[in-house]
Design a protein around this ligand. Sequence first.
Ligand code: UT7
Length: 320
Amino acid sequence: MTARIIGTGSYVPERVVRNADLAEIVDTSDEWIVSRTGIRERRLAVEEGTSHMAAEAAKRALEDAGVKAEDLDIILLATSSPDNCFPAGACEVQAAIGAVNAVAFDISAACSGFIFGMNTVYGFMRAGIYKTGLVIGADCLSKLTDWSDRGTCVLFGDAAGAAVVRAEEGGLVHMTMGSDGVKGPVLSCVARTTGNFVNGRTPEIGYMYMDGQEVFKFAVKKVPECVNQVLQEAQVSMDEVRYFVLHQANYRIVEAAAKRLKQPMEKFPMNMDRYGNTSGATVPTLLDDLNRAGKLERGDKIVIAGFGAGLTWGAALIEW
Ligand code: UT7
């Protein structure tokens, strides 16, 4: 028994922010952003938070799957920008959709989060513990962005994507995950909860910090590495794969991965031009785009792969 995706959904805020809009607040240009990243515009949340976006994506995925919320056994929300320290965003989603029979908790693996969520639910399903699950990747990084830092503020967008997963034969065939905490400081957002009885300080939340070049170097090495590993271990050849659905951080990272894997760019769908880097939401929103455009057929082999803060990385081979 493994975990098969039987429905997908996504949610993006209405507010569109184009590169030209950002050029009005920091020293940047549409030309720089497009040529260095492939991003043209992104959606930014105005009122909605992470849990709201996640719940909306979840409702659409349940509808697509034809599954009732009360039939869910487990809800995993992958996010690094939860609305609160606690309760977990997954519990807020549970309440919003009425999934009264599910256990719900968050997974914190930043941009690798959805992959980690899929791999976790796969483990539960292989062990025969849960039958029907909901995995969501949702982030609202605009809340953690320093809007005066041109090195980061042009890159990210807000979104949520979700997949309903059922214990069936086929589906997620093989997976890998990894992390390297030593490299954590290259991509971080520090929340200082140092207040205590003695010093009386109040908690403060910082802005995200990124050493872009270090993350870039790590990504172009790790992504092809973990894709190769998953395929080799599953004894599936690169040519049998219909799509490589990679984390959408930068089109140059996707191109570099395609080159190293010696696969044509047509197999690497992208949506970062419209949404930017939406962290944990990139892979499930892209899967949902493909699904709703009728581009996925039952039996198609798809590799999903991501990397991000932690540092973390992961990949999975999925049979649609
Ligand atoms: O989701 C996972 C986390 N994120 C990532 O995967 C991001 C990985 N890194 C990247 O995608 C790229 O490193 C960036 C897009 C962040 C930066 O691209 P780059 O080609 O590595 O640029 P750079 O950092 O080497 O900067 C080149 C120049 C610098 O100016 P000087 O020193 O050459 O004068 C930067 O100050 O571009 C400057 N720059 C900008 N210029 C205009 C940096 N950001 C901007 C900007 N607009 N927004």
